[in-house]
Design a protein around this ligand. Structure first.
Ligand SMILES: C[S@@+](CC[C@H](N)C(=O)[O-])C[C@H]1O[C@@H](n2cnc3c(N)ncnc32)[C@H](O)[C@@H]1O
Length: 295
C-alpha cells in the first residue's frame, strides 16, 4: 500500500514560509506529508501541533517520527478541527505563524483502513474517520434514511445527476437485503448509471455518504473560523479542498473575513500537469491562502 503523497507540497511551503522558531498547526496531519517538511524548517525551536480525527493515523505517525531529531517539536492531538482552538490550547499552543488544512480523506484511509471508503474494495460500509466519536455509519444512512432524504443527500453532497433513481433503487433493494457492504452499493449504482465520465459511477454517492457520516462541511465552516482566530499577525492559513462544495465554503469564508485579513490567492492554486501525472489524486485540488495582516 502506497503512503499518502502530499498534494501541492511546494506551493504550501512557499505560502506558509516556515522559518526556524515558528509555531505551526497542521489541522489534518495524517501521515505527516506536509507536517514533516514544515518541521524540518522550523527546528530546533519551532513547534508543530498535528491534529487528526483518525487515531490510527496518529499512532502510525507517532511511530514514524519517533527516531527523528525534531520529535520533541511535534505534538499530536486526536480531534476534530471544528474545535481547533480548544485542541491547540490544550496542547500548549497560542497564536501561530501558519495553519494547514488539507481536506478530505487520506490514501491510507482509502486503501488500508478497511472502513469502506473505497468503491474498489469489498468492505463494510462504515466511512467514519473517528470510529470512537461519530455514531452514524454509512450503512445506517443507506438502510434507514427515507427515499427523499437519500435523494437530497446524493444530489447536494454528491452533485449526482441520478440521485433520485439511485435513492429509489436503494429503498427497493434494502427491502429484500440490508446493504452492508461497499460492493452491494457499487453494484446497485452501476446498474443505473454507466461510466460515461472519467470517474466511476459510484464516486459521487460515496463522496456524499462520507461527507454526511463525518459532518464534513459543518466541521469545515467551524474549523475555518477557529483557524482564522489562531493566526498571529502576519500568520497564514492554507486550505486545500478537493471538490466544489469544500472550495466554495473556503472561498466564501475567506471573502467574508474581517478587514484585518487579506486573501493571498485571488484564484485558487492548482497542481501542475507534472504533479497530476505523478499523483492523479491531486487533480481536483485547489489551494487558497489567507493572511492575518494585523492583530
Ligand atoms: C488529505 S489527508 C491529509 C494528508 C496530509 N496533509 C499529508 O500530506 O500527509 C486529510 C486528513 O484529514 C483528516 N480529517 C478530515 N476531517 C477532519 C476534521 N474535521 N478534523 C481533523 N482531521 C480531519 C482525515 O482523517 C485525514 O487524515
Amino acid at each position: 500500500m502506497g503512503r499518502h503523497v502530499p498534494v501541492l507540497l511546494d506551493e504550501v511551503i512557499r505560502f506558509l514560509d516556515p522559518q526556524p522558531g515558528d509555531d505551526f498547526i497542521d489541522a489534518t496531519v495524517d501521515g505527516g506529508g506536509h507536517a514533516l517538511k514544515i518541521l524540518e524548517r522550523i527546528t530546533p525551536t519551532g513547534r508543530l501541533c498535528g491534529v487528526d480525527r483518525d487515531e490510527t493515523l496518529l499512532r502510525a505517525l507517532e511511530e514514524r517520527a519517533s527516531t527523528e531529531t525534531f520529535r520533541p517539536q511535534l505534538t499530536l492531538v486526536q480531534g476534530n478541527f471544528r474545535e481547533l482552538a480548544t485542541l491547540a490550547q490544550g496542547a500548549g499552543f497560542g497564536r501561530v505563524k501558519g495553519i494547514l488544512m488539507d481536506l478530505g480523506m487520506s490514501s491510507e484511509q482509502l486503501e488500508g483502513s478497511g472502513r469502506g471508503f473505497s468503491l474498489l474494495r469489498d468492505e463494510a460500509l462504515d466511512m467514519r474517520y473517528d470510529s470512537s466519536g461519530e455514531t452514524t455509519t454509512a450503512a445506517e444512512i443507506v438502510n434507514s434514511w427515507r427515499r427523499d432524504e437519500l435523494e437530497r443527500l446524493f444530489r447536494i453532497y454528491g452533485e449526482e445527476r441520478h440521485a433520485r433513481r439511485i435513492a429509489e433503487a436503494i429503498v427497493m433493494s434494502r427491502r429484500k437485503h440490508r446493504i452492508f457492504r461497499t460492493t452491494q452499493l457499487v453494484e446497485l449504482i452501476s446498474r443505473i448509471s454507466r461510466r460515461t465520465e472519467r470517474i466511476h459511477p459510484a464516486t459521487r454517492v460515496f463522496q456524499a455518504l462520507r461527507i454526511a457520516v463525518n459532518d464534513e462541511l459543518d466541521s469545515l465552516r467551524a474549523g475555518l473560523v477557529q483557524a482564522l482566530g489562531l493566526l498571529r499577525s502576519g500568520g497564514r492559513l492554507a486550505v486545500i479542498g478537493f471538490h466544489s462544495l469544500e472550495d466554495r465554503i473556503v472561498k466564501n469564508t475567506f471573502r467574508s473575513a474581517p478587514p484585518h485579513y487579506a486573501v493571498l490567492t485571488k484564484k485558487p492554486i492548482v497542481p501542475t500537469v507534472q504533479e497530476v501525472l505523478r499523483n492523479p489524486r491531486s487533480r481536483s485540488a485547489k489551494l487558497r491562502v489567507i493572511e492575518r495582516i494585523e492583530n
